[in-house]
Design a protein around this ligand. Structure first.
Ligand code: ZN
Length: 60
């Protein structure tokens, strides 16, 4: 295996790793209550999906 000629500084290592954070993908906004929800699923906050109330008793 080839070996690195010089060690990288902590700053260089940390700058490289500044892109490594995971971010949340696939979040959509509920059109009724504007809470973030998973796409193609009933809103956990208001219980609505496609303009209809699916889950009763979850009204805001
Ligand atoms: Zn909602």
């Amino acid at each position: 295996m080839a070996q690195p000629k010089r060690r990288h500084s902590h700053a260089r290592k940390n700058k490289r790793r500044s892109h490594h954070a995971l971010k949340v993908e696939g979040l959509s906004i509920c059109p009724k209550c504007t809470e973030p929800k998973l796409p193609h699923r009933i809103c956990g906050n208001c219980g609505y999906y496609q303009g209809k109330q699916i889950v009763k008793g979850a009204e805001i």
